[in-house]
Design a protein around this ligand. Structure first.
Ligand SMILES: NC(=O)c1ccc[n+]([C@@H]2O[C@H](COP(=O)([O-])OP(=O)(O)OC[C@H]3O[C@@H](n4cnc5c(N)ncnc54)[C@H](OP(=O)(O)O)[C@@H]3O)[C@@H](O)[C@H]2O)c1
Length: 214
């Protein structure tokens, strides 16, 4: 697949490396492609471009920027370049405030997630929430004693969720499909939960797993 990643941070780089490892073509989108090219010399196979170039190139887009600028990055990518594309949304709506007893603040509330806001502004894009509830170091081929961890996903478009499930299979995850976009109200705060042991006890090496009786 042709993958356009909007972002140049830890998540963008981890996912770029994973997509390349599994034979996909990647363009990383950033506001300053020249600067990023130099920094990304180690990511062999990933090209760099503007947000719009990455989105235009992509069959699958990955949104990997700060939640507070997610809409700006998508606007820079261009609604036409996102139209009908699967957009994997790894962004979390973390507010610019310090954690309280290890608990971060969000700029959204439990009745409206960031992904729902983005889906409303870009109705022709097919958003799927994924990769937001684990640290970037575990996104590709996670190895845990308890077996494969679970990635919770959601989004309004069923075939788009199937595409993301296929990517998660490749990257070594179990997928728990939570249905339509409203489920992002529950999936986005998993990032808060994931971060608490880190902030409280400097523990960063865990992931979630959904256990089933049958
Ligand atoms: N770090 C993790 O382990 C982790 C895990 C799960 C989910 N997440 C979520 O994934 C997202 C990315 O996290 P990250 O840690 O990789 O990176 P980050 O530091 O949150 O974001 C870096 C990206 O944000 C872009 N950006 C900053 N200001 C911008 C603006 N005004 N307009 C457009 N783009 C702007 C930067 O673009 P330029 O390239 O142009 O500078 C850069 O690509 C976040 O929403 C985070 O909550 C992070």
């Amino acid at each position: 697949m042709k993958v356009g990643i909007l972002g140049s941070g830890d998540v963008a780089k981890a996912l770029a490396a994973g997509f390349i490892k599994y034979g996909h073509e990647v363009i990383l989108g950033t506001r300053d492609p020249a600067k990023l090219s130099a920094r990304l010399a180690e990511h062999r196979g990933a090209r760099t471009g503007t947000f719009a170039e990455a989105a235009k190139f992509a069959e699958v887009v990955v949104l990997a920027v700060k939640g507070s600028v997610a809409a700006d990055a998508l606007r820079a990518a261009g609604a036409a370049n996102l139209s009908n594309k699967v957009v994997i949304d790894a962004a979390n709506p973390i507010a610019d405030a310090p954690p309280v007893n290890g608990v971060l603040k969000f700029f959204t509330n439990l009745d409206e997630s960031l992904m729902e806001r983005l889906q409303r502004e870009f109705p022709a894009a097919r958003f799927v929430k994924a990769f937001n509830s684990v640290g970037h170091a575990f996104m590709i081929d996670p190895q845990f004693k308890g077996g494969k961890p679970t990635m919770f996903i959601c989004g309004n478009d069923e075939p788009a969720r199937q595409t993301v499930r296929g990517i998660l299979d490749q990257f070594g995850w179990e997928t728990a499909d939570m249905g339509k976009a409203e489920a992002a109200r529950a999936i986005e705060p998993l990032c808060m939960l994931w971060l608490i042991p880190g902030f409280l006890r400097n523990e960063w090496t865990h992931a979630f797993k959904l256990l089933r009786q049958d």
